[in-house]
Design a protein around this ligand. Structure first.
Ligand SMILES: [Zn+2]
Length: 466
């Protein structure tokens, strides 16, 4: 079947609203009360006229520019990306918003307009503006209510047909992709126990076997479930990742060291003390539960056998699973030296691991900072409408990725300054102030940044002689 043309897609969109009439001979457009609301350029690009707030949100979400074309056209038109043009259902809410906006503008007399009809149309337009432009503005976080299947340990949110976002386990949030005959997993948590719990809960979704695990990067909380899989399962990662697991002594270094190995005994001791001192029965129960799960995790950590992938790739690998295409993409270094994006082009979904965690700030102890910013730029060029990060929440807005790039830029600049002044990393980690980014990263509690990330910036600057 041939791909529909931009014109066909435009006509399909216009047909969703019987109030809208298509006009124009050379340039096709729609208008209301003499005010144009959309047009199709000769190059086959749809331009949509949006009110200021929605325009800003749209530009951010889709990372597109205003249209300056066609002389007298005011720069109120956004260029609709081809991917959105082909999704009439998604585009419709913006089209309605545009119609409502045109309807709210002062009518322009045209030779064909009839006064009575035009004022009636105007009222409809204003009503629609209230309905769509307020509530319909695309939110920064996805905010979607995805259908949920709750397992014993994991919660699965169905984000597309056969695609589930799994959270609630120990370590990473994972993605479960159910195909015609098998299941592909993205990441598998901190411990073998976590991976076994995930496999058990997946049985609520499907009886198909897990054939493939993709590790987004080498960190323990994404890969230490690997050892539960038999040799028949392909574990795929970037070649850097395999090398890291084999040679970095991962259980004796960061981030495992501070986050698990050193932290847990201290936590267990503190919980024991608090439990001994607690008077209130409810508080006692709560502390006893916390202690039990910390002790269980401590036992489970002992079972970890860092297990490298048995399949590696260097820049791109594509899995064809029945009707599904799954791309593994290395777009450059960043969070680590070998991060994979798992991209579903048909579903327009990308799994980002810790390269981007939406409204959360990722760990930076193994990062390559300037390359990270560049790699995120390459990521934004992919055609997707949903991001499934390795921690946090799914999100849709590419502006969220831009916000993280800006955080990285700001942090490295501040640390570089302090380093130049001869300040030690420990002190620099206290003095940097990223609180101006709080609107995008609500976890920021004031000045300061994670010492491991700041130390890494010093090291990275030495390595790259910056
Ligand atoms: Zn990580």
């Amino acid at each position: 079947m041939a791909k529909p043309t931009a014109l066909e897609l435009y006509e399909k969109l216009v047909a969703t609203d019987p109030r809208v009439e298509r006009k124009g001979a050379t340039v096709l457009y729609t208008s209301l009360n003499g005010n144009m609301l959309s047009y199709l350029s000769k190059e086959g690009k749809l331009a949509l006229r949006l009110p200021p707030e929605e325009r800003e949100a749209f530009l951010k979400q889709y990372n597109v520019r205003l249209c300056q074309a066609y002389g007298r056209v005011p720069p109120e038109y956004v260029e609709v990306p081809d991917s959105l043009l082909s999704s009439t259902r998604e585009l419709k809410k913006f089209f309605d918003c545009s119609y409502a906006y045109a309807g709210s503008l002062k009518p322009k007399p045209t030779t064909r307009s009839k006064a009575g009809r035009s004022s009636a149309a105007r009222i409809v337009g204003v009503l629609a503006l209230a309905l769509w432009c307020g509530a319909g503005t695309p939110a920064r976080a996805a905010g979607d209510e995805f259908p949920v299947t709750q397992g014993k340990a994991y919660k699965f949110e169905k984000v597309a047909e056969g695609v589930y976002y799994a959270s609630g386990g120990v370590g990473s949030n994972n993605v479960v992709i159910v195909n015609d005959r098998d299941v592909v997993l993205v990441d598998d948590g901190t411990t073998p126990a976590a991976a076994r719990a995930l496999l058990e809960d997946i049985r609520l979704l499907t009886n198909k076997p897990v054939s493939t695990v993709v590790n987004t990067h080498f960190h323990y909380d994404h890969t230490d479930g690997n050892s539960v899989f038999g040799p028949e399962v392909q574990i795929i990662g970037h070649e850097y990742l395999r090398n890291a697991i084999l040679t970095f002594n991962v259980l004796d270094r960061e981030p495992f060291k501070t986050s698990q190995k050193d932290r847990l005994p201290v936590q267990i001791a503190s919980l024991r003390e608090q439990l001994a001192a607690a008077k209130d029965a409810a508080r006692k129960t709560e502390l006893a539960n916390q202690l039990a799960s910390a002790q269980a995790l401590s036992e489970q950590l002992k079972e970890i056998k860092p297990t490298p992938p048995n399949v590696t790739y260097a820049s791109k690998m594509v899995l064809y699973k029945g009707g599904r295409e799954i791309q593994l993409l290395f777009l450059g270094r960043g969070h680590t030296g070998g991060d994979t994006f798992v991209y579903l082009p048909r579903e327009r979904i990308v799994c980002t691991g810790d390269m981007d965690e939406g409204a959360r700030i990722a760990y930076m102890g193994d990062a390559f900072f300037d390359e990270w910013i560049a790699t995120l730029e390459a990521l934004k060029k992919l055609d997707f409408t949903l991001v499934l990060p390795g921690h946090g929440r799914p999100f849709r807005d590419k502006g969220q990725i831009t916000a993280f790039q800006s955080y990285l830029k700001d942090l490295t600049a501040q640390v570089a300054d302090l380093r130049k002044q001869g300040v030690k990393p420990e002190e620099a980690a206290k003095r940097v102030d990223l609180s101006s980014h709080k609107k995008d990263f609500p976890d920021i509690q004031g000045a300061g940044a994670d010492l491991r990330g700041v130390r890494r910036i010093y090291q990275w600057m030495d390595e790259s002689q910056k």
